[in-house]
Write a protein that binds this ligand. Structure first.
Ligand SMILES: [Zn+2]
Length: 274
């Protein structure tokens, strides 16, 4: 994922680490509509003796402090206590930008998703288990991220996002018979429903395109028309003859008309019958 680096003011963090990365700690900025870039710029410019490794908004991520350096994001305030083993020295701090809606802080869904994706990557990179992903609240009982303290279900939802299978992991190559021949197709089996990638149909001769006129994806079996128009008077007459004189059923007529040169075929057969 794309992460832009904008170095933090050196007075706001400590170079290097005393302990390996064991924790990932989530925060919120307590702002209204700030961006990751706003925050990165602010911490680069001002001396505030506080920092975070990452800032996340609905559109992007900025890194302000290198993972190998110690950001000051979850230290003890005013002689408060620690409630778990997460410390500045052994953790990565992620700040999520917030908005105020109806008078309360909200962390937008997109920000949450982006932060979850970043957290997953960091968990994999530093082998941090989900049991050591925490809120700032879990370290010092600070009201942070406030929406997840007020509503712990949102925090649970975030944790669930960290273990959800990603779509890429669900895609499997399977042999599927298409028009009677076996092909390796990309398939997804989700909640007992089988999905097949549209493009996999192409190898069996299906024509898969986006129909710009009708603004719909179009899948056409080999030698079928991409679109079957209503009968012209001439074709309708031929169809009536085949139905009445040959006893062709509606299904058969439709099958013939889907065929690439179906209308010509119908007209020729009708002419021969007559
Ligand atoms: Zn915090």
């Amino acid at each position: 994922m794309k992460i832009t680096f904008k170095g933090c003011n050196p007075s706001n963090y400590r170079k290097g680490r005393e302990f390996p990365i064991n924790w990932i700690c989530l925060h919120f900025t307590a702002n209204n509509g700030d961006t990751a870039q706003n925050n990165a710029d602010y911490f680069a410019r001002e001396v505030v003796e506080a920092s975070a490794h990452y800032f996340v908004d609905p559109n992007e991520i900025y890194q302000s402090v290198k993972d190998s350096d110690t950001a000051w994001h979850c230290g003890r305030e005013r002689g408060g206590s620690y409630y778990n083993d997460c410390r500045n020295a052994n953790s990565i701090g992620i700040e999520m930008c917030s908005v105020i809606r109806n008078g309360v802080y909200v962390i937008p869904e997109e920000t949450m998703k982006r932060a979850a994706k970043l957290t997953r990557e960091l968990m994999a990179k530093y082998r941090v288990p989900i049991s050591r992903v925490c809120r700032h609240y879990d370290v010092t009982h600070k009201d942070c991220p406030e929406p997840w303290v007020r509503n712990p279900q949102l925090w649970e939802k975030f944790l669930a996002m960290l273990t959800e299978k990603e779509d890429e992991e669900l895609v499997k190559s399977k042999k599927v018979l298409l028009n009677g021949k076996a092909y390796d197709c990309e398939c997804i089996d989700k909640n007992d429903v089988n999905y097949i990638k549209m493009r996999s149909l192409q190898q069996a001769g299906f024509n898969v395109v986006y129909d710009a006129i009708r603004q719909q994806p179009s899948i056409t079996a080999p030698q079928s028309r991409t679109f079957v128009p209503d009968c012209t008077a001439e074709v309708q007459e031929a169809v009536d003859i085949l139905r009445e004189n040959v006893g062709l059923e509606q299904q058969t007529i439709e099958y013939l008309r889907r065929y690439q040169w179906g209308d010509e075929l119908v007209k020729k057969i009708a002419k021969a019958v007559k």
